[in-house]
Design a protein around this ligand. Sequence first.
Ligand SMILES: [Zn+2]
Ligand SMILES: [Zn+2]
Length: 192
Amino acid sequence: MDMLSVAMVTAQVVGLYLLADLVGGIFHWAEDTLGDVDTPFWGPIFVHPNVTHHEEPSRMMKQHWLPNNVPIAIGTLLILSVVWILDAMTWQWLVFGAFGGMNQQVHRFAHAPRLRLSESVKFLQRIKVLQDARHHWGHHRSPHTTRYCVMTPWVNPVLDRIGFWRAAERVFVPVFGAPRRPDLADKLWYRA
Ligand SMILES: [Zn+2]
Ligand SMILES: [Zn+2]
């Protein structure tokens, strides 16, 4: 492998890491925003655990890490299975799946007491490969409408600055409704 190939692969891996953070953030935004606990399927499976996490963020750490990571592992395997069935599997999909599957665990690191974190995790947080508690806490502060991405500290500032989430609300809230967001009720485009 020559230097150019190494640089190309490295750039793609970094890009896939940031993309996994973005996709996880979009899903988190949807969980926080669309529908409510009574929405069929979506409500009990996705909204309810999310509402619980917002009400008591530290409760996540009372749950063992294994069951806490199972839903995202299943989701990742389902996506990769579809890609494989469609005969479209590439190494990029596997790398994306590996990063995406880490989403909840990295989120847990941001909620864990520092004493319980290994030196390697603290190092990765310090050099800003992983998001740390301070950055993630920006999402848990009212009004909870920024910093939806939980893996890195790099994607959130860009999305928050360009108004990405507010644009997503204009597109999807009139279609799916956002009964948990009274701040959107007076928007002219809101037709839930
Ligand atoms: Zn949230
Ligand atoms: Zn959190």
